[in-house]
Design a protein around this ligand. Sequence first.
Ligand code: PEP
Ligand code: MG
Length: 875
Amino acid sequence: MANKWVYLFKEGDATMRNLLGGKGANLAEMTKLGLPVPQGFTVTTEACTQYYEDGKLINDEIMSQIMEHVGKLEEIAGKKFGDKENPLLVSVRSGARASMPGMMDTILNLGLNEEVVEILSTKSGNPRWAWDCYRRFIQMYSDVVMEVGKKHFESLIDKMKAQKGITEDVELTADDLKKLSEQFKAEYKSKLGEDFPTDPKAQLIGAIKAVFRSWDNPRANVYRRDNDIPYSWGTAVNVQMMAFGNMGNTSGTGVAFTRDPATGEKKLMGEFLMNAQGEDVVAGVRTPQHIDQLKDIMPEVYKEFVEICNTLENHYRDMQDMEFTIEDQKLYMLQTRNGKRTAFAALKIACDLVAEGMITEEKAVSMIDPRNLDTLLHPTFDAVVVKTREPIAKALAASPGAASGQIVFTAEDAKNQAAAGKRVVLVRLETSPEDIEGMKAAVGILTVRGGMTSHAAVVARGMGKCCVSGCSDIVMDEENKVFKLGGKEYHEGDIISFDGTTGKIYDGEIPTVEAQIVGEFGKIMEWADKYRTMKVRTNADTPEDARKARELGAEGIGLCRTEHMFFEGDRIDAFREMICSDTLEGREAALAKLLPVQQKDFEKIYEALEGHPVTIRFLDPPLHEFVPTSEEDIEKLAKAKSKTVEDIKAIINSLHEFNPMMGHRGCRLTVTYPEIAKMQTAAIIRAAISVSKAHPEWKLKPELMIPLVGESAEFNFVKKIVVEVADKEIAESGINLEYEVGTMIEIPRACLTADEIAKEAEFFCFGTNDLTQMTFGFSRDDAGKFLDSYYDAKIFESDPFVKVDQVGVGKLMEMAIKLGKAARPEIHIGICGEHGGDPSSVEFCHKIGLDYVSCSPFRVPIARLAAAQAAINSK
Ligand code: PEP
Ligand code: MG
């Protein structure tokens, strides 16, 4: 049998969302419920994908089914396309599985032509209405099907109104509208060089193709990427008999929500316009009336509408967003869907629905989009103000939140000016560990280079600070403290704003609103914790971050990056002395200065975690990241080491690497300089001993993690050094302390040989930042430059540094788990790459059986919720 590409509304239902799209499935469901729905048919999402497979063509089979359904609809309606007696007019709307702004939305009144409009005009005795429909149709069709652009038509309307000395569209007479239709058609012809189509069937095919085309327009592609919607889904097209809201003062149209989408409050919200068609309400040409006023204008219709709202909410067991039209006192439902809502409203609605006995706790947990929680945890722009502003650029939304402040170009300036009470934003080519304190002082960070796992992105996320990275539109001159963007020059002190949730950058100031964690947040999180099976830890390098993460529900530290600790205060001096020593004794002397400092840091972290597990990783980055860059610092170091400035410069040069990410870093540092790992082991074990003495009830068990292992012998070499020091420290302390030595799994070879590594490694933690980098061979700092082209070419749908590549990287992870567990069944395995805070990646981690995910503190609630959803979905 041939494929079925087209369904009448009465042939479908809500379960067919994948095939009919959200709008089509719900129109079918409302039909099934016996609600007043103008009838029609849906061309399926599969027909859309087929259209693309066929080289953007509607093939014969699909075409003939569309025409067959036009016939069926004509029968149901008792009207015919282009008929002299009873002409059929339809609306054409897109409808993907998930609602998607950015795609073609609606064409109304399709089926009109010069002849049909005259018939409607005479038969209805309402020529104004007939001509109004026609001019709207030409306008919408030209705009969305032929992409002529709305503004040409709007200016013709404005010109007409000015000539007549009127301000409102409703004041235009039938004659005016007729004249406008003529002008519109002339405009169409002048722009496209052909006449406006008169055959309704040709109009319909044009409109269906436009909907299919709009699935692939740039706005839709961006929206899909931001919202995890696969390109392969395609969109459906709904063709529906028109109900006319513009037939006079007994007609109207409106939209309504069963609960307040901003606050979640249970009350009917909405607005309508009398004598108008759909887009008038949204377009704001006239000020709509509040839905309550419908009660006075048409009490019967209002009563029926309220009943339908209740039916729909009870049926879908969620807040509904509906569109309706009243045609001469008769109510029609044009759409219903689960309404979009703020994060605040989402939590309240979910909790209220549970309290009302409408849904279970599990359902409530599943209803919340984890990504929405960001807006509850970070500042946001004032919604009213930001709507009035055009972004000057868009780059990677690297860390959520909104920032507005005076530009500074160096970390030092950020620190000083923030201390003087200014709100500053740090704009840099890229950031490095040296910039940490400046990043802390700034309200936001904007970088020219770098991807989603670049230093700026990772560190900002850890701090819960807004960051937009990889803005290659910026022409930067850091030395002279000036950059160009959007045709303007920006100097220190100029104000700029950016949004780390959308990646948009704005000129000037936009007020921000502080985050507020509200009552229902706790309830949803409590339920999430009840249903999830995977633990959630955090990536935290400081006691403050660790405390914040605990507040947000972290159950341990999955990754403490020790390198960041070396930049505070004057620790960097001792660290530089270590790097620039040419003897073991010299290095040991410098490390001896660092040991007590590290020990103190670790003690504070253990205290903040109150006995929950803490994984501390040995120094990972290449040493050149720590060397001084300014002449002043180089001179200082030369003095401290009793060397010449030239000697120090020569050492710095010798540390230069062509490919530092694959260079002298990670466990390779311990192979060459075992004394660094020795010092860090002593600091960790001593800290655990001292905190254990104060809190024996916490039963601390340090987890020492070796980075960048690719070979079991490499791991074994480092472990031996670590165990020797740890055992000696424990023996000397006289207390009994257990500890574990494990490894990051972040090199493809480690996955391939995980059974060998697991013989000695007591735990694994996937470093999917490096694992992604090395599996694809994409630099995590530079991939942002070319990924856009990959999206445009449909090679990638998402950034593999954000959303774990389940096919390739995921396969390596599964292999590592299988091999690791076979060699050591009790091994515990987690993830601490940035993917640990991405909802779809968290779901994958659940599926492959990880014990925990670890993410930056502010993403802990997101991971808790995503882990719960994964557990609920897999039941
Ligand atoms: C990783 O590579 O995924 C990781 C967590 O380590 P880092 O980001 O510090 O390289
Ligand atoms: Mg790594």
